[in-house]
Design a protein around this ligand. Structure first.
Ligand code: SF4
Length: 100
């Protein structure tokens, strides 16, 4: 079973309203190692079983082709809640710890 990103549109819109386009592009879209997360006009978003998408405002959406996602977790860590790992249990565990 493919591991699909889950998305939450209200949280995605809220994230975008708070952080804006510059941060979305510079910190999310361009940092995807496989360039599989894209900012698109909502009307141009691809459809299909391997595509996850979520609107960030009334005209634009993020599109993720899950078949190209290597589950680095970056986008999920930045847009926590708006993007989430799939519901199956094959989760990539990436832990960061800092000692204080
Ligand atoms: S988890 Fe990583 S590889 Fe997958 S879409 Fe997000 S940033 Fe790209």
């Amino acid at each position: 079973m493919a591991r699909q990103h889950r998305t939450d549109e209200p949280l995605a819109r809220k994230w975008f309203a708070k952080h804006g386009l510059t941060e979305l592009v510079n910190d999310v879209v361009t940092r995807c190692p496989t360039k599989t997360i894209m900012l698109k006009e909502t009307k141009d978003v691809a459809k299909g079983p391997k595509i996850s998408s979520v609107a960030i405002n009334d005209t634009q959406s993020l599109e993720i082709d899950n078949s190209n996602c290597v589950r680095c977790m970056h986008c999920i860590n930045v847009m926590t809640g708006a993007l989430a790992t799939g519901t199956d249990q094959s989760v990539t565990v990436l832990m960061g710890a800092s000692a204080h």
